[in-house]
Write a protein that binds this ligand. Structure first.
Ligand code: HEM
Length: 352
């Protein structure tokens, strides 16, 4: 009993001593830190390394907040600076140059080779190449893609290319408009990607004769006629590598960035942003080639995607196996009366 009382007094004494001394130690440590910081400021003005080390310490005891959410207690995330340098450095510089070089190469090719013309005269008989559904899907994907490509490029390169020309007021309006359009059209494009895949996959499956087309580079350099199915190996490469692979990568990373309320942290969003930018730049580069071949590069191609029908001579000269298959399927030479749209297209001379 007597011993117990003695122990209790001893414990009380220790607690009191602790309460008095501990803040002294903490104060001394803080004072040391402050002194160190004062000395640092004298020799290296502006160097607040210890403060920033604490701030960047992640979820340590110093950083608490009433705001509940993913990483709300992280004041400054170091990875953010790395991401900023990668995005504003190599991605913007090399990505921008890639687009310039691809555009110049296409221009050079057009300057040297010109448009691929038909060798024989058009017969006036049309063969259906694309159904209404094919064309609805194509143009929905193409238009949403063009909006994303233009608004995406304004977001990435606008600060360097447009801001000096337009000034702050106009450019900030354009940048805000681009951002909102991009955010809303993105999911629409993702849906189109799935639908265009289903629409065209059957005729883009690899066939043995595709190798001939690859070996001869489609005759693009030699001008030689290389027979192909409904789509040639070049179109299949665009379908699988561009439309499908890059379409899926851009869409998934776009969703991660667009809907940031599903628990993703900053690191994942930074990674998604880098992958999104790289895949989109590659996608736009491939699309430039596709758009060139589908418009001024090949006589008649654009009219076929606009109206759905094409002259038999074009079908034979560009997709001979497909033309023959159509002929066999119909038990006669394919063709017939042109659709109203195709007839008016021919009258208006959509040659491209
Ligand atoms: C203004 C832009 C575009 C133009 C002028 C254009 C033009 C064309 C033309 C003329 C064809 C028919 C080629 C043929 O008859 O063999 C075609 C096919 C096709 N285009 Fe486009 N296109 C554009 C943008 C796009 C975009 C952005 C995508 C997808 C992201 C796309 C995906 C396709 C697909 C999947 C085909 C079917 C051939 C294949 O599977 O490779 N196009 N396009």
């Amino acid at each position: 009993m007597h011993d117990n009382r003695g122990m209790r007094w001893l414990m009380r004494l220790l607690v009191m001593v602790g309460l008095v001394l501990l803040p002294q130690f903490a104060f001394a440590a803080a004072a040391d830190g402050a002194k160190e910081q004062v000395q640092r400021q004298a020799t290296q003005p502006g160097n607040n390394a210890p403060v920033w080390r604490d701030v960047r310490g992640g979820d340590n005891a110093y950083q608490t907040t009433q705001v509940r959410g993913i990483e709300t207690n992280v004041l400054v995330q170091s990875g953010g600076e790395t991401w900023r340098q990668v995005r504003n450095g190599p991605i913007t510089v090399y990505g921008g140059w890639l687009l310039v070089v691809v555009t110049l190469l296409i221009g050079l090719y057009y300057g040297v080779k010109g448009q691929i013309k038909l060798h024989e005269k058009p017969t006036g008989r049309l063969v259906q190449r694309f159904s209404d559904w094919d064309r609805i899907m194509h143009w929905s994907t193409a238009i949403s893609f063009m909006i994303l490509a233009i608004t995406g490029m304004i977001t990435l390169f606008g600060k360097y290319v447009l801001l000096p020309v337009f000034g702050y007021t106009l450019f900030s309006w354009l940048a805000m408009l681009s951002k909102n359009l991009h955010n809303f059209v993105g999911p629409l494009f993702a849906v189109c990607t799935v639908l265009i895949f289903v629409t065209f996959v059957k005729d883009n499956l690899p066939r043995a004769h595709d190798w001939l087309w690859v070996r001869k580079a489609g005759g693009f350099l030699s001008g030689e006629h290389v027979p192909s199915g409904r789509f040639n190996a070049g179109e299949k490469a665009w379908f699988w590598l561009g439309v499908t692979a890059l379409g899926i990568i851009s869409s998934i990373t776009g969703f991660i960035l667009d809907f940031s309320n599903f628990g993703q942290g900053r690191l994942l969003m930074q990674q998604a942003n880098v992958i999104h930018a790289i895949s989109s730049i590659l996608f736009i580069s491939m699309a430039l080639a596709h758009i060139y071949i589908g418009t001024i590069g090949t006589e008649g191609a654009y009219a076929s995607m606009r109206t759905g029908s094409i002259d038999e001579t074009w079908a034979k000269e560009h997709h001979e196996y497909w033309y023959n298959e159509e002929k066999a399927r119909q038990g006669r030479a394919p063709g017939g009366a042109p659709s109203t749209a195709a007839a008016s297209a021919m009258k208006e001379g959509w040659k491209l």
